[in-house]
Design a protein around this ligand. Structure first.
Ligand code: COA
Length: 385
């Protein structure tokens, strides 16, 4: 057995999975073998989530049934609302989301069915909890926008798709059809991405047979950092700081001279442009055309990408998924600190697929370490120290 230490476990296989795959040289991401660019164009979030969970493209009847279940599970218990109302409005929504999801678990016991490997009953439980968590997380994130501003949240509607209902609850008005199309594509694009930090956290938690609510809470906490899901919020702050397309070159030079990163650029897996960034860029163009103008932020991002291609391209550093998503969300009137929670609203489908896969062949994670501390020594009485 190899005992070589690789920081960040870079390149170390931690599991076997048939959920998604990345070809970092060619810039291909596929869910269950279907390329993301095709899914973003032809599928929707409901179908993609079911594909991730069950492993195959659903029949019309299976999809209708799943869609119906999601719509029926949108309401959140008033006790969860009360918890949310008592949280500080200035706190980060990812902390709120982790709290709310972990608290939800207190209402839905039943994880004891998972203690003996997966059987028919377990699949039923896994499916029911997956529907509940996917559906409720969208409600919770949308509700928070109103609760933190001191208002009552909008009630979910069961006549709208997952993306449309989310936008309706977030903005409290009938959503624009193009905004729904874009939000739906964003949810598809972010739903799964092999074994990244948050999915690994979900796997470790799953392997202890903790409840799915705690599994997802662990993943939410891990997604929150700026080196993972939090980068899209940083991208928008960065573009604000740059201000105009003509400032991009000087800004990058200054940033790199100070050995600082360009947010939304670079990826451990991709050595070319992230295929999700390509789709998001096209959607941004479509949005700009519908508005009759490209936003200043988007124009600055295009100029910055050009500069970065010259200086970072040779290192295999290109735009990742976070580069354009924040700009799109800003255009849709979404607050920057809600970008990462929206990422979680989508990624929960992938996390739950990994939860199910982990349980199907479970062994608790217990890696080893290389001890770098003191040799065994005698305790020193406090008076002698
Ligand atoms: N800005 C500037 N330089 C970058 C960079 C960025 N965003 N990303 C990578 N580089 C540089 C590295 O410093 C390294 O330079 P060196 O060879 O001179 O030391 C080189 O490019 C290769 O980096 P690489 O090994 O491919 O990156 P990584 O796998 O260690 O890190 C990230 C990957 C995602 C952590 C890193 O690209 C990053 O911090 N990006 C910004 C944060 C972000 O957008 N995160 C969201 C990811 S979806």
């Amino acid at each position: 057995m190899s005992s070589e230490y690789l920081p960040g476990l870079a390149g170390v296989p931690a599991t076997k999975s048939n959920i998604s795959s990345i070809d970092g040289e060619q810039g291909i991401l596929a869910y269950r073998g279907y390329e993301i660019k095709e899914l973003a164009e032809k599928s929707n979030f409901e179908e993609t989530a079911l594909l991730l969970l069950d492993g195959h493209l659903p029949s019309q009847a299976e999809l209708d049934d799943f869609d119906c279940q999601l719509r029926a599970e949108r309401r959140v218990k008033y006790k969860i609302r009360s918890i949310m109302k008592n949280l500080p409005p200035s706190g980060h929504p990812m902390e709120m989301l982790q709290t709310a999801v972990a608290s939800l678990g207190m209402f839905y016991g039943g994880e004891e069915v998972l203690s003996d490997g997966i059987s028919g009953n377990d699949i039923d439980y896994i499916h029911r909890m997956s529907v509940k968590i996917i559906s409720r997380m969208a409600t919770i994130v949308a509700m928070w926008e109103h609760i933190r501003n001191g208002y009552d949240a909008y009630e979910p509607r069961d006549d709208l798709s997952h993306a449309a209902n989310f936008l309706y609850m977030l903005h409290g008005k009938e959503p624009d059809p193009l905004a729904v199309k874009i939000m739906d594509a964003c949810l598809v694009l972010h739903a799964e991405h092999t074994i990244n930090a948050s999915t690994f956290a979900a796997l470790v938690c799953s392997s202890t047979l903790a409840s799915p609510f705690l599994v997802i809470a662990a993943a939410i906490g891990t997604l929150a950092g700026p080196l993972h899901g939090g980068a899209n919020q940083r991208v928008v702050q960065m573009l604000e700081e740059i201000g105009r397309p003509e400032n991009a070159k000087a800004w990058v030079e200054k940033q790199l001279a100070a050995r600082k990163v360009v947010w939304g650029m670079g990826h451990r897996e991709y050595k070319t442009k992230d295929p999700r960034a390509t789709v998001l860029q096209k959607l941004m163009m479509e949005w700009g055309e519908s508005q009759g103008t490209l936003s200043k932020q988007f124009e600055t991002a295009l100029a910055l990408e050009e500069v970065c291609e010259e200086v970072l391209g040779p290192k295999g550093v290109y735009p990742n998924v976070d580069y354009y998503s924040g700009i799109l969300y800003t255009e849709m009137g979404i607050a920057p600190d809600q970008f990462t929670p929206i990422f979680a609203v989508s990624r929960v489908a992938g996390w739950l697929a990994h939860w199910r896969e982990q349980l199907s062949d479970n062994r608790i994670f217990r890696p080893t370490q290389i001890y770098t501390g003191e040799d065994i020594r005698s305790y020193v009485d406090i008076a002698q120290r």
